[in-house]
Design a binder for this molecule. Structure first.
Ligand SMILES: *Cc1c(COP(=O)(O)O)cnc(C)c1O
Length: 219
């Protein structure tokens, strides 16, 4: 699918849901993609990208930033506390705040650095043992904990279980965000971004539909 086609589909979904057209941010997930493909999307004027590994992002984006203005990088993969500083230096947004220890580390670094990326709290809506994120039952408490540390919590993020209807998870995420007064919803990927937009996504994370299939990630 072309970038334009995806943008058109997002707009159509916004219109159908009675939302403001153009308000959903499209994060082009460029992890593992060859630089030539990423550059082609930059050349089409797109500036919001997602990466899931700090190391890969660090190897790739400084050079692109020298050549293109106004790039916004969103870190969407699990974050180890020992990589938090590098992530905060690289990214405009981190979507995977998922535990108190990481919140404390980011809060301390934000004090020291005088700046902090926008943060999304990842919620494990499917309560999958192998998946990161706070459990739905713990979300309200963790959101308040992070806010009490003065962290800039923009919203919530989820990755629904592959075998389940994603809309149920998007609706749950939206409900948790609403009762906590959070407006940001990072949800929806290549296979389900229109359903996410229908349920209020403010940020959709779309990789393979834009760039084509990824080579399998190793390590
Ligand atoms: C890879 C990834 C995406 C993009 O997935 P596609 O199915 O290729 O669109 C979205 N969100 C997260 C957290 C990812 O790791």
């Amino acid at each position: 699918m072309s970038l334009q086609e995806i943008q058109d589909r997002i707009e159509a979904a916004e219109r159908k849901a009675g939302r403001t057209v153009g308000e959903t941010r499209l994060i082009a997930v460029s992890k593992v993609q060859p630089n030539a493909r990423v550059q082609a999307i930059l050349d089409q004027g797109h500036r919001i990208f997602g990466e899931n590994r700090v190391q890969e992002a660090a190897g790739k984006w400084p050079a692109f930033r020298e050549r293109y203005d106004n790039i916004a990088l969103h870190l969407i993969g699990p974050l180890q506390t020992n990589k938090a500083r590098q992530a905060m230096e690289l990214a405009e947004a981190i979507h995977t705040l998922d535990r108190p220890k990481l919140a404390k580390t980011i809060a301390r670094l934000a004090q020291e650095m005088g700046t902090c990326p926008e943060l999304f709290i990842q919620v494990n809506t499917g309560e999958e043992p192998q998946k990161a994120g706070v459990l739905p039952a713990d979300a309200d408490g963790f959101i308040k904990e992070a806010q009490a540390m003065d962290l800039p919590v923009r919203g919530l993020m989820c990755i629904p279980p592959v075998e389940e209807e994603p809309s149920l998870h998007f609706a749950l995420l939206a409900k948790i965000a609403a009762r906590n007064g959070l407006s940001g919803l990072s949800m929806g990927m290549s296979g389900d971004f229109e359903r996410a937009v229908a349920l209020g996504a403010t940020h959709v994370r779309v990789g393979s539909a834009i760039f084509g299939a990824r080579a399998p990630q190793t390590g």
